[in-house]
Design a protein around this ligand. Structure first.
Ligand SMILES: C[S@@+](CC[C@H](N)C(=O)[O-])C[C@H]1O[C@@H](n2cnc3c(N)ncnc32)[C@H](O)[C@@H]1O
Length: 200
């Protein structure tokens, strides 16, 4: 293809489907994207199973990416108006705002959760559902994240996190926190497990 033709195609910015957009993000920022493909429906469904759609308060999603878990939350019965989506990647934020106009999309660093959402969360949150690639972060960052999340959540409300790792993404023996794990979700690339943390 002559170079001027290529330049024209590039300039027109052909819409990429979710997988392509995700792969591009992974190529550009592998560590913060944390996965080559968006989560499967099976994994997303397992995550949202821990969220009570009848509960009150916002449902906070961290690292929604192209939105497979967001979609599962909505299908699970969570009113999109209750969704507070925190995503670092501005392209994903644009896509999410278009797809979920009633949700609140915050572009920012989810590892600074209290600073980022302190003023936005006016009642205790019903759940924090995270797709962040936690294991790429030092333990102290992960511990600060869960402490921040617990301070925003209603008593006993879940912090839900998936991982491809064999070990829990946040140690399960933290004082004041109860942890449980799902079965391994084979229908995901790679297979993943969901961990749920709740304040005692
Ligand atoms: C493993 S992907 C998961 C995406 C989606 N939840 C899914 O299950 O397909 C991680 C997502 O977290 C986002 N992310 C990474 N670091 C972040 C940060 N510090 N703050 C907010 N989002 C972040 C990435 O841009 C990406 O969308």
């Amino acid at each position: 293809m002559p170079s001027h033709t290529f330049a024209r195609v590039e300039k027109k910015k052909l819409p990429l489907d979710d997988e392509m957009q995700f792969i591009r993000s992974w190529i550009e920022k592998p560590l913060s994207t944390g996965a080559v493909m968006p989560s499967s429906k099976a994994l997303a469904r397992t995550m949202v199973r821990y969220v009570d759609p009848q509960s009150s308060g916002p449902v906070i999603e961290l690292g929604p990416g192209t939105g497979p878990v967001t979609e599962a939350l909505v299908r699970h019965g969570v009113d999109p108006k209750r969704l507070l989506l925190v995503e670092f990647n501005p392209d994903f934020c644009r896509l999410l705002r278009k797809r979920y106009p009633a949700a609140t999309v915050v572009q920012g660093d989810a590892y600074r959760l209290r600073r980022l959402l302190g003023a936005l969360v006016r009642e205790p949150a019903a759940a924090v559902v995270s797709g962040l690639p936690l294991v790429t972060k030092p333990l102290r960052t992960r511990l600060r994240l869960i402490a921040d999340a617990m301070s925003l959540l209603a008593p006993g409300a879940p912090f839900v996190q998936f991982t491809y790792a064999m070990v829990p993404p946040i140690p399960k023996a933290l004082s004041g926190i109860k942890a449980e794990a799902s079965e391994l979700i084979w229908l995901n690339l790679p297979p993943a497990r969901v961990w749920v943390y709740r304040g005692r």
